[in-house]
Design a protein around this ligand. Structure first.
Ligand code: KL2
Length: 417
C-alpha cells in the first residue's frame, strides 16, 4: 500500500502588503478579525477525463492498471472534494456522460449548484463551476466558446465559463464576485491560439464583472492554462501587459523548448473581425458603412482617424484592465524547487492557477498603471503544493490516492466590505 503525501494549509498575513507565509495547520489564520467580511474558499481541479486518459495512455504507463479505471478514480476524486469542502469548485476535463450520471448528482447532494460548459465539436469534456447554495446565489451564467467559424486562427474546441455570484450575507450590501474557469489549448506550439483564447476569456470577464459605476467587482480566474510560470502568457496575466514583438509562437506557453513552432507572432495576433481590442475588451459594434458616409467629418479628421486605427492595428502590445495575483508562488521559498500541479510520464510542471483581483489600493501608485477600479480580494490561505520528487515517491500521478494527473489547488479568500 502506497503512502499518502500530506499537503498543509499555509496561512498568509497581509500586514504591510507583504505576504508572510505561516506553514503548518496548527496555526490559526487570524491576522486580524474584521467585522464586515465575507470569507470563501475556491478549488481548481483538472480531474482528467477518462476519454483523454485512454487517448493518451502512453502518459500513464507508470501507473498500476486498476488505478486508471474511472470506477476507481471517481470515488477518490469525490472524497477529496468532500474533504476540502470548498465553497466554489472550478473543474476541468469534466466528461459529459460522467457529469450527467455521477459528477453532478454527487455534487448536488453535497450542497452544490452546478453549471457546465462542454467543449465544442465532438469533444466529450468541458469545464464546470459549482458553488455552495448556502454561500452564493447565481446572478448570471456566461459560457465562452473559443471556436469561431469566421476566424481561421480559432479552429480549436476549448471553452471557458464565467459566473457572476452574489454572496449571501446576513446584512447589508455586498458586491458580486465574478468566477471564471477555463482549460486553454494544450498544443505547446500554438501560443498564438492560447493568447487569443485568453483574450476572449478576459473580454468576457470584463463584460460580466463590469458594474454600473464603471468599476469591476472582485474576480477569481481559475483553470488549466497549459502555460508555465514566467512564460509570456503567464506574465501577461500577472502584469496586465505584454509586448509580443518578435516572440515565437512556440515560446508563448513555455511548456517545452521545442524547435518547432518558431513562427513569429503576427501583429496583431487575431483579426479585427474577432471584435476584441488589444486591451482584451469587446469592441463596440462596428458602425455600418451607410451610417459612416452620413457623418460630416472633414478630410483632416478622417485622415487622423485612419492614422489612429493603423497605429492601434500595428501595435504589438496587449493589455488587460485587471490587477491579478496568483494564489501560488510556484517555487518553494527555502529551496527554490518548483511546485508542480500536473505530473505524468512526460512532464511535471505547473499549468494550473487560481488568479484573483488584488484591488485598487494595492496597485495605486504603480508607474504607468492604467488599471481600472477593481474590487480586491485578500488571500488568507492556500493548500501547499508538492515537488515532482514528492510525487514520484508515490509513483507519480494518478496513483492509489490521487486520482487525476493534476493536483487540486485550493485557496481561502476574504472580501472586506
Ligand atoms: O496539459 V492537460 O493534458 O491540461 O493535463 O490538457 C490537455 C493534455 C488535454 C486536453 O486536450 O489532453 C491532454 N500529449 C500530451 N497530452 C495531451 C496531448 C498530447 N499530444 N493531447 C491532449 N493532451
Amino acid at each position: 500500500m502506497l503512502g499518502t503525501i500530506k499537503r498543509h494549509w499555509e496561512y498568509i498575513c497581509n500586514h504591510n502588503k507583504e505576504k508572510t507565509e505561516i506553514p503548518g495547520d496548527n496555526v490559526d489564520p487570524t491576522c486580524e478579525d474584521s467585522e464586515s467580511k465575507f470569507d470563501f474558499s475556491v478549488m481548481s481541479y483538472n480531474i482528467l477525463s477518462q476519454d483523454l486518459l485512454e487517448d493518451n495512455s502512453h502518459l500513464y504507463r507508470h501507473c498500476r492498471r486498476p488505478v486508471l479505471h474511472w470506477s476507481f478514480r471517481f470515488p477518490n476524486i469525490l472524497k477529496e472534494i468532500k474533504h476540502f469542502d470548498a465553497d466554489v469548485l472550478c473543474l476541468q476535463e469534466v466528461q459529459e456522460d460522467h457529469y450527467g450520471t455521477e459528477i453532478r448528482p454527487s455534487l448536488e447532494s453535497l450542497g452544490y449548484h452546478c453549471e457546465y460548459k462542454i467543449r465544442t465539436g465532438k469533444k466529450p469534456d468541458g469545464c464546470a463551476i459549482c458553488f455552495k447554495h448556502s454561500k452564493f446565489s447565481l446572478l448570471s451564467v456566461n459560457p465562452v466558446e473559443f471556436y469561431r467559424p469566421d476566424v481561421p486562427l480559432l479552429d480549436r474546441d476549448n471553452v471557458g465559463l464565467v459566473l457572476l455570484l452574489q454572496p449571501k450575507i446576513p446584512s447589508g450590501a455586498c458586491p458580486a464576485i465574478c468566477v471564471a474557469n477555463t482549460h486553454l489549448l494544450y498544443n505547446p506550439r500554438r501560443g498564438d491560439i492560447k493568447l487569443t483564447q485568453l483574450a476572449m476569456l478576459l473580454a468576457e470577464i470584463s463584460s460580466v464583472a463590469h458594474q454600473k459605476d464603471g468599476s469591476f467587482c472582485p474576480i477569481v480566474m481559475c483553470g488549466d492554462f497549459n502555460s508555465v510560470p514566467g512564460s509570456p502568457l503567464y506574465s501577461f496575466i500577472k502584469e496586465g501587459k505584454l509586448n509580443y514583438e518578435g516572440l515565437a509562437i512556440g515560446k508563448v506557453s513555455g511548456q517545452e523548448q521545442s524547435s518547432r513552432g518558431q513562427r513569429i507572432l503576427s501583429i496583431p495576433i487575431w483579426p479585427p473581425n474577432l471584435g476584441i481590442s488589444q486591451n482584451c475588451v469587446y469592441e463596440a459594434q462596428q458602425v455600418p458603412e451607410v451610417e459612416k458616409t452620413d457623418t460630416d467629418l472633414t478630410q483632416t479628421q478622417l485622415d487622423k482617424t485612419e492614422v489612429l486605427v493603423t497605429a492601434e492595428k500595428l501595435s504589438s502590445h496587449l493589455q488587460h484592465h485587471f490587477s491579478l495575483s496568483s494564489v501560488y508562488s510556484h517555487y518553494f521559498p527555502d529551496t527554490g524547487i518548483p511546485e508542480v500541479t500536473t505530473c505524468h510520464s512526460r512532464s511535471a510542471i505547473t499549468v494550473d492557477y487560481i488568479f484573483y483581483s488584488v484591488g485598487k489600493e494595492d496597485v495605486a501608485g504603480q508607474p504607468g498603471a492604467e488599471v481600472a477600479l477593481v474590487g480586491g480580494l485578500k488571500l488568507l490561505a492556500r493548500l501547499s503544493l508538492l515537488t515532482e520528487q514528492d510525487l514520484w515517491t508515490v509513483n507519480g500521478l494518478p496513483n492509489e490516492n490521487n486520482s487525476s494527473d493534476h493536483l487540486p489547488l485550493l485557496a481561502k479568500f476574504r472580501l472586506e466590505l
